[in-house]
Design a protein around this ligand. Sequence first.
Ligand SMILES: Cc1cc2nc3c(=O)[nH]c(=O)nc-3n(C[C@H](O)[C@H](O)[C@H](O)COP(=O)(O)O)c2cc1C
Length: 196
Amino acid sequence: MPLDIVLLYGSYRRDRLGIRLAQFLLSRFEARGDRPMLIDAKAVGLPMLDRMYKEHAKGEAPENMERAAETIRTADAFVFIAGEYNNGVQPGLKNLTDHFLEEWFWRPAAIACYSRGIFGGVRAMMNWRVTLAEMGMPTISSIFPVGQIGQALDPEGMPTGDAGARLERNFVKFAEDLAWWAEAAKAQRALKAPPY
Ligand SMILES: Cc1cc2nc3c(=O)[nH]c(=O)nc-3n(C[C@H](O)[C@H](O)[C@H](O)COP(=O)(O)O)c2cc1C
């Protein structure tokens, strides 16, 4: 059964590199037979948080927020593509995420972290685990760290060299882990309505 997997990416930098990872993940989830969709915070263009989605009267949220809410609400699982700024999360992705709350509940999330350096954004990943737990998303155990992203993926998101080959191998376990939890959550939601 194909899964609706929503990928979220939040760099606003004009020379951003994480978009390569978004492209790679989109193509690999598609190749698995899933239905991945990217929410690119910069393209969606929400302002710095003023009113959360739920603070708008029904039907009165701005169209871009309404569309993002619908995409999030109908997802089976999420993948946060998390770059690292000063050992922490990227503000663009955090800002997008904070606009929503209940829309995230009862589905698992995975974290694909990256950086230009060798550590692959794992410190941002640790921060995201805390935030995602607060937002009703259990995070899966597998992570997808990409160090030296500019060398591992080319501008079209194609893996290059040894680092790229490692990504291809690591993706299999990462995707299988996420799919297992997404299917489990989907089956449970069908069996029993979430308690709140
Ligand atoms: C404000 C800022 C802070 C950064 N801090 C870190 C850091 O703490 N650790 C790290 O490995 N890389 C850091 N970097 C380098 C980023 O990993 C690199 O620029 C990466 O490409 C950012 O993602 P993006 O290109 O999608 O915006 C930082 C970059 C910026 C712009």
